[in-house]
Design a protein around this ligand. Structure first.
Ligand code: GDP
Length: 595
């Protein structure tokens, strides 16, 4: 299934390539990862596979066992490290940090569906970050009449299929190749691809029954190292990225790191970036490719940044300064080619005085959430952010909004644990913590929460809300001139409601004042011209009854204090304006002319 002549005889010591899996939701990323791990096959020995953290390490020998590779054919890399990218949309949005540590990506495409929205998004990201990829054209077993050949190389499996299956496979493959072409990529099935460096390889796979998976693994450990030999050259300089900050039941806070190059040794002194400052430790660190580190103060470590190892004789301060520089880089590293987010935008969200608090598991996911919050369809400001589990300190910080702007008194927590004492404090203070497994759901829950808050406020203030209206008294249609005043009016502007306090403006004899305001009382009932009781009217002629509350209001009378040349208007206080603005704002709200 693989041409050994493709492999050049270079003897450099190489490290394991790092690979991530991207694609549209439901294309089969998770299932394919299970298949690569061998966890889909019952009774299979794990064969040295270690699934340590957010990554799976497959030793070369395990891959050899699972493929038809002859014993004498060398695999030059010690193994393959596959990053367990979360299956949800957020990873497809993850930018520089997540992708930059990968040497190659596997883009999973469902053969029955072709390229979908998130596939195209993934391609865009890969192009932006100059990351090579292989296409896993998945779910070939769904082709009608497919004969299962468990874990077989794909060419072998294809040979065993009927002509109908073969022809369906061919036209679906051609369709996908065309779709890639439309997106600017030349692709070809890898077994026919003579220009592997220039033309993207397609590997037909079934994550269900394993056909094509050996081919995919071989491409990753045999072909890839020849293409990127220099990049994979083993180097003593430690390159290490913090993948996740976790709370462990027995160990306390731990950080999961991807060791890209070098060796980490137990007892190494390490520095991690934190929002609070750089911390150094003399605790235990075990060497491996994906490593869990246990140390004091790690709860402040930031995912997506480097872990720096300090060797004897190194200048500690310099190392700390280098670590801290990364924080700014991590937050401001955005891709200018990528639409929607620029460094400027990210920085402005960070410094907002009024906004919500965002907590995420890594810089990549944080960036994805912030980009979504900033998008025009959502447009929610961010007050502050943090990475890793939600602690009491986060709740305390986010609670600043309870006094400033209640609707922003929220922590959006994505893919992180909320510590029990943080939940308790939030419940006590009235701060809302929202968790969800996709960015979109997280934001949807937040917008629903805001709607709920607004409705509750509306109910609470409905009685106090006075809607602006201007009414023209119809001459000769005064039925009762003094408390209660009963007359026909025409609604000139706004909306008139039962309960609205009414006043009238009359010219003042005192030249220093323009008008005098006479409060008349509230509208106690309202009728249409055919005698129907109504509660509100926006236009036309209605009969209103105004009942005075205070003795002064009761003393006002038509003919003496006002007449049909004066307009009646709703009497609006500052407070009712505030309530209207806050709870009942509509675009066409017009205020009475005199206000
Ligand atoms: P993800 O969202 O990309 O991680 O997709 P999943 O791995 O969760 O797969 C989505 C669905 O497709 C699940 O029901 C899988 O069992 C199914 N699936 C994935 N790969 C294959 C495949 O190769 N063949 C078949 N028949 N089903 C598959």
């Amino acid at each position: 299934i693989f041409d050994p002549q493709d492999v050049a005889g270079d003897e450099k010591e190489l490290r394991a390539p790092i690979c991530c899996i991207l694609g549209h939701v439901d294309a089969g990323k998770t299932k394919l990862l299970d298949c690569i791990r061998g966890t889909n096959v019952q009774g299979r020995e794990a064969g040295g596979i270690t699934q340590q953290i957010g990554a799976t390490y497959l030793p070369a020998e395990n891959i050899r066992d699972r493929t038809s590779l002859k014993a004498e054919t060398a695999i030059k890399v010690p193994g393959l490290l596959v990053i367990d990218t979360p299956g949800h949309e957020s990873f497809s949005k993850m930018r520089s940090r997540g992708l930059s540590m990968c040497d190659i990506a596997v883009v999973v495409v469902d053969i029955t569906k072709g390229l979908e929205k998130q596939t195209v998004e993934s391609l865009h990201l890969l192009r932006c970050h100059n990351v090579s990829f292989i296409v896993a054209l998945n779910k070939v077993d769904r082709l009608y009449g497919w004969k299962e050949c468990t874990n077989a190389p794909i060419v072998e499996a294809l040979k065993k299929q009927s002509d109908d299956v073969k022809s369906e496979y061919k036209w679906r493959l051609t369709k996908v190749v065309t779709e890639f072409k439309e997106n600017g990529f030349n692709t070809a099935p890898y077994y026919e691809n003579n220009k592997k460096k220039k033309v993207v390889n397609i590997v037909p796979t079934s994550a269900e029954s394993g056909e094509g998976v050996p081919d995919l693994l071989l491409l990753l450990v045999r072909w890839l190292p020849d293409i990127i030999t220099d990049k994979l050259a083993y180097d003593d300089t430690i390159e290490c990225t913090v993948l996740e900050v976790n709370e462990h039941k027995d160990l306390g806070t731990t950080v999961d790191v991807v060791l890209i190059n070098g060796v980490l040794r137990q007892g190494d002194q390490v520095i991690v970036c934190t929002k609070q400052g750089a911390y150094k430790h003399h605790k235990e660190v075990r060497a491996a490719q994906g490593v869990k580190i246990v140390a004091r103060g790690l709860q402040y470590a930031m995912a997506g940044t480097s872990l720096i190892v300090v060797k004897p004789g190194d200048d500690l301060r310099q190392a700390e300064a280098a670590a801290m520089q990364e924080i700014d880089m991590a937050i401001s590293t955005t891709d200018e080619n990528e639409k929607g987010t620029t460094t400027q935008e990210v920085s402005s969200i960070m410094t907002c005085k009024e906004g919500i608090y965002v907590q995420a598991s890594s810089v990549g996911t944080l960036e994805a959430i912030i980009a979504h919050l900033k998008s025009s369809s959502v447009d929610i400001p961010v007050y502050d952010w943090n990475l890793g589990p939600v602690y009491k300190q986060d709740v305390m910080k986010a609670s600043a909004m309870l006094k400033r702007k209640e609707e922003y008194a929220v922590i959006l927590a994505f893919d992180v644990k909320v510590m029990p004492e943080a939940s308790a404090l939030a419940a006590e203070s009235g701060l809302k913590i929202i968790t969800a497994d996709t960015v979109y759901r997280l934001v949807n829950i937040y917008t629903e929460h805001i709607k709920g808050l607004k409705e509750a406020k509306k109910m609470q203030f409905a009685a106090e809300a006075v809607f602006p209206c201007t009414l023209k008294i119809l001459p000769n249609r005064i039925y009762h001139s003094k408390d209660p005043i009963v007359c026909d009016v025409e609604v000139v502007e706004g909306v008139v409601k039962v309960g609205t306090p009414i006043c009238v403006f009359t010219p003042s004899k005192d030249k220093s004042k323009n008008t005098i305001v006479h409060s008349l009382g509230r509208i106690s009932s309202m009728q249409t011209s055919n005698g129907n009781q109504i509660f509100s009217a926006r236009n036309g002629v209605v009969a209103i009854k105004i009942s005075g509350d205070s003795p002064q209001e009761k003393s006002r009378s038509y003919g003496r204090h006002f007449d049909s040349s004066n307009e009646l208007v709703s009497e609006i206080s500052r407070r009712s304006i505030d309530i209207l603005k806050e709870c009942f704002r509509v675009k066409t709200l017009t205020m009475p002319p005199r206000f």
